[in-house]
Write a protein that binds this ligand. Structure first.
Ligand code: ADP
Ligand code: MG
Length: 973
């Protein structure tokens, strides 16, 4: 086993040589003992290169922030002042200590946030489909071993390096490795020289590259750090740390505050000197002021809030890939959602078939291949009960086509597989078997539409395993959302053998006597347009226009019931077409019939559409399906109202220029039969109309639209790796309702950020006013030292602000229209509130200082600074409680609905008291122990601010009641 050649030059070897070198079996893959041996010997398929910024650079970044630079400046000046009079520079040291502590805290928070983001990204790592022990299985890409046979198809990100052993129109983008953004064609059957450059080894696939088109199979030749990508993994900066728009704006704000506080300092000193003030005293005042003006605690609280937001979102199955999305989500005005799988369950069941002479209705649920065919003859001259499927040649060939032209697998899970599944409680499920319904025993690997066809065929005893054996696939033209067609060419083999299943013999007898057959399925209009003949019982006849019309009627009949309809056709071939002929071969086909496939709605989607409508978010459905199918489903989900909304098809979009599309994009509720490139135009048109667009996508070619959208959303389950890579957010459950849940969380995060910004900045303004006034009031000293102010800004304001950040959503978050993402953070009265409350806070503090300083009470007079300091802190505790809601009074909110706030308010108050009564802290912070009555005075005065804020709420409620038209909530229809 240890003699596995790892230093082979794989691109020089033939397929057989490569297979032999890796001791694997191309028909059945590795056996389980080989897998466990190799996993033990070579480890997991993981890149352990460094991800993201280095620890050091995160740490250094903490100190490059202007606010901290300013604090360092304050510490230096303060040290100078102390040393000049020969006293110990206690404050400077304390400030320096706090700066460092704050840096460490910031570092811890940021690196944890970064790790969390990296962990989220790892959650998004793909599964791969492999052939192991004779079965197709889906495994985590980390479990791949050298020698595994991996299925490769469009949209996939290659999970290891490998030698191709099969390729069909395979095209791969190797930008991650070679920097070349154009796709490279890959061929299993070629061989290259030893020194062929990486980009030209066209029989190899490399980890991290993306499949643009086609399908193939590869033999894994290198995993983990041994891959070409692994060799350069240390150069990769996988996790990008992006600042959100708000963080950027807050960064700018603190810069502005620092600058204006310096200006203020200059003014105070200048005016003071002009009025013959004492320079040292003025300098002391201005140091305090500079510290007071800047919200030192704010950046950390914002970082933590965003991080908590992403965690809440992932709990609701929305995985954020790019931090700015957390904020933008709250502003989304339009959700463009895929239909299949997002608004519907993607649990397809084929219910109807129409062929030339027969109609069939098929019973059964889920993927369990058990159900009855209720048959009738369209011409109506035979009783339905007389018919069985084996008398209907047309139906049998159609079923054969649906199995042969199929890339998916239907599997019955074994007992072990089921009992191996973790139970909901996370432990192994050891209960005896028949606990699940029989249909849950059957699962599909691959496309649910195709799975439904395999189940359908199974109901007639047409088994995939038989067909793949006797109709071996020799060529194919893959399905793409652009083509909406798929064809497979099969060579018919050894049907006369002893053990040939009866169904295979029957089918072979029905088909014309030719060696090859092309089977085609796809959008009925397209398939039909390529047909010039038709299957009539066992004969092939010419197709008539009137027959085409009747097919179209059947098609619309099924589609308007919300079914996905597929058309089937076939073509007997004399010889195997060449590569060139293949491009043009889906022509002159023989029409077989239609199948109608039911895809049940997601019940939660209907509710979510209503919620988003009330929240001013419109939903648009985008699908490759027929317009009638889409329309029926959109109507059931209340996305589409026939009176006011439009349906656009891909064809119509083709005929429009961008202006025309922009003009009607907002009224369009359903886009049908679209291709991925239309999606890009749709996003752009909506954005031009001013919409903030969230768009879902799953395919390779959806990537440009996902990047263009304000929020690009990929599907966690069915999405291709390429679409995930391009997205801002991944839906772990592929569910539309999750998008709505994420927008709700986004709005809550934004509301909470605004909540603590108003809380923190209000207090900063108050502090500045109080301090700036002192030189003019004749107190002879500044009430607060820079150290005390830092304490307030970082601790007594900072801790409750963090608790405000986890305030639960207010009941009306989804009852109002979205706010524009470019909206100023101080919009809607926030800036005005901060100024107003700041002034009141300042005036109240000045009044308090006047009162205690000039009261004639010697103890009050002596303790006036500590009384001021304590009152400011306690007042902010009350303010924190009041900031929980803009409209509800403190007493109307349940204190336990945000227990963190209650705890943090109590905790901070106790800390503040400790500063007064623990001797060492008292000495450090330069406070005095207050008497009970003085403390009472502090608490009493603190209440004034809270009272004011609460009175404002009562007033504004009364105001909006008496002026109802001003109400900001405009109800949506
Ligand atoms: P959606 O946007 O709803 O996912 P698709 O792009 O998957 O739609 O499918 C568009 C159309 O292509 C379908 O209406 C169907 O007619 C056809 N189609 C879908 N899946 C397949 C398939 N596996 N093989 C052939 N045709 C398909
Ligand atoms: Mg699809």
């Amino acid at each position: 086993m240890n003699n596995l050649p790892t230093k082979q030059i794989w691109h020089m070897l033939t397929i057989d040589q490569a297979i032999a070198a890796l001791d694997t079996n191309p028909e059945s893959g590795l056996e389980s003992w080989q897998i466990s041996d190799r996993q033990a010997a070579y480890g997991r398929n993981e890149l352990n290169g460094k991800l993201g910024r280095s620890k050091l650079s995160i740490f250094v970044d903490q100190f490059t922030n202007v606010m901290l630079l300013m604090l360092i400046g304050v510490a230096v000046v303060s040290a100078g002042l102390d040393l000049r009079v020969g006293s110990f520079p206690k404050d400077a040291i304390a400030i320096a200590a706090i700066v460092i502590l704050n840096g460490i805290l910031g570092y811890v928070q940021e690196s944890r946030a970064e790790e969390a983001l990296a962990a989220l990204k790892r959650m998004a790592t793909p599964n791969v489909r492999v052939l192991r022990a004779g079965k197709v299985a889906e495994i985590r890409s980390a479990e791949l071993v050298v020698g595994d046979i991996v299925f490769v198809d469009a949209g996939m990100q290659i999970a290891a390096d490998g030698r191709l052993i099969e390729s069909v129109k395979l095209k791969v983008r190797e930008g991650a490795l070679t920097g070349e953004s154009q796709g490279v064609n890959k061929f299993a059957d070629q061989i290259f020289d030893e020194d062929e450059s990486l980009g030209d080894r066209c029989n190899m696939l490399f980890q991290g590259t993306e499949v643009l088109r086609g399908r193939g199979m590869m033999l894994v030749t290198a995993i983990g750090m041994q891959t070409e990508l692994g060799k350069i993994a240390n150069l990769l900066q996988d996790v990008e740390q992006e600042e959100t728009p708000l963080q950027k704006r807050m960064g700018e704000l603190s810069q502005a505050l620092v600058i204006s506080s310096l200006v203020l300092v200059a003014i105070v000193i200048a005016v003071g000197l002009w009025r013959n003030g004492d320079f040292v005293k003025l300098l002391n005042t201005s140091l305090s002021m500079a510290v007071a003006a800047v919200p030192e605690g704010l950046p950390a609280v914002i970082t933590v809030t965003l991080a908590l937001g992403t965690q809440r979102m992932v709990r609701r199955k929305a995985l954020i890939r790019k931090l700015p999305a957390v904020e933008t989500l709250g502003s989304v005005t339009m959700i463009c959602s895929d239909k299949t799988g997002t608004l519907t369950q993607n649990k397809m069941v084929a219910e109807n078939i129409f062929t030339t002479n027969y109609a069939a209705q098929i019973s059964g649920t889920g993927y369990e291949p058990i159900g009855e065919f209720a048959l009738s003859r369209l011409a109506g001259d035979m009783l339905a009960s007389d018919l069985n499927i084996y008398q209907c040649a047309e139906l049998q060939i159609l079923l054969a086509a649906s199995v042969i032209c199929n890339d998916s697998y239907l599997q019955k899970r074994t007992v072990e597989q089921i009992s191996d599944r973790p139970s909901p409680r996370g432990k192994k499920d050891l209960s005896p078997l028949p606990i699940r319904s029989p249909e849950s025993l059957w699962k599909i690997i691959g496309d649910p539409t195709e799975g439904a066809l395999l189940t359908l065929a199974g109901k007639a005893n047409f088994w995939q395993t038989h067909f793949t054996q006797y109709f071996s696939r020799v060529a194919e033209i893959p399905f793409t959302p652009e083509r909406k067609l798929m064809s497979a060419i099969a060579a018919i083999k050894d049907i006369d053998a002893e053990d040939t299943p009866e169904t295979i013999r029957m089918i072979a007898a029905l088909l014309p006597n030719k060696p090859y057959f092309l089977f085609c399925k796809g959008s009925p209009e397209l398939v039909l347009s390529q047909c010039d003949r038709i299957q009539i019982d066992k004969q092939i006849g010419l197709i008539t226009t009137s027959y085409k019309t009747s097919v179209n009627i059947q098609n619309t009949l099924l589609a308007s019931k919300g079914m996905r309809v597929l058309g089937f056709a076939y073509l007997p071939l004399e010889k195997l077409p060449t590569e060139d002929e293949l491009a043009d071969i889906e022509k002159n086909l023989v029409w077989l019939g239609l199948a109608g496939i039911r895809d049940a709605l997601r019940m939660e989607a209907a509710a979510a559409v209503q919620i988003s409508r009330r929240a001013g978010i419109h939903t648009t459905m985008i699908t490759g399906d027929h317009q009638l199918t889409a329309q029926a489903i959109a109507r059931d989900l209340n996305i589409f109202y026939p009176d006011s909304d439009r349906v656009l098809t891909g064809q119509e979009i083709e005929l429009m220029d961008d202006n025309e599309l922009t003009a009607i994009a907002q009224q369009t509720a359903v886009y049908a039969r679209v291709s991925p490139e239309h999606k890009l135009r749709i996003v752009q048109a909506l954005q031009r109309s001013g919409e903030i667009v969230a768009m879902t996508g799953d395919g390779v070619n959806d990537a440009p639209a996902l990047k263009q959208a304000n929020i690009g959303i990929a599907m966690g389950i069915t999405g291709t790796d390429v679409s995930k890579e391009a997205s801002d957010m991944i839906l772990l459950d592929d569910n539309y309702a999750t998008i709505v849940a994420a927008t709700e969380e986004g709005r809550t995060v934004y509301a909470n950020i605004r909540r603590f910004i108003k809380y923190i900045l209000g207090s900063n303004v108050g502090e500045v006013i109080a301090i700036a006034s002192t030189p003019f009031l004749g107190f002879g000293a500044v009430p607060l030292t820079p150290l005390q102010i830092l304490w307030m800004n970082l601790v007594t304001d900072g801790v409750p602000a963090l608790a405000l950040a986890v305030e639960p959503a207010e009941a009306d978050v989804m009852e109002r229209p979205p706010f524009h993402p470019q909206e100023n953070i101080f919009a809607r009265g926030l800036g005005w509130y901060i100024l107003r409350i700041g002034v009141i806070f300042g005036v109240q503090t000045i009044a308090l200082m006047e009162l205690v300083y000039n009261s004639g009470n010697p103890s009050w007079h002596e303790h006036w600074k500590t009384i001021t300091f304590t009152t400011l802190c306690i007042a902010q505790m009350g303010h924190a409680l009041a900031c929980r809601s803009d409209s509800k009074l403190i007493i109307e909110l349940s204190p336990i609905s945000n227990p963190y706030l209650l705890v943090s308010v109590i905790f901070t108050t106790v800390l503040q008291l400790a500063l007064l009564y623990v001797p060492s802290l008292r000495q450090f912070f330069g406070t005095d122990a207050l008497s009970a009555s003085e403390l009472g005075l502090c608490f009493g005065f603190s209440m004034l601010l809270v009272l004011w804020v609460e009175l404002e709420k009562i007033f504004s409620r009364w105001w909006s009641k008496s002026h109802p038209s001003k109400s900001p909530v405009k109800p949506q229809p």
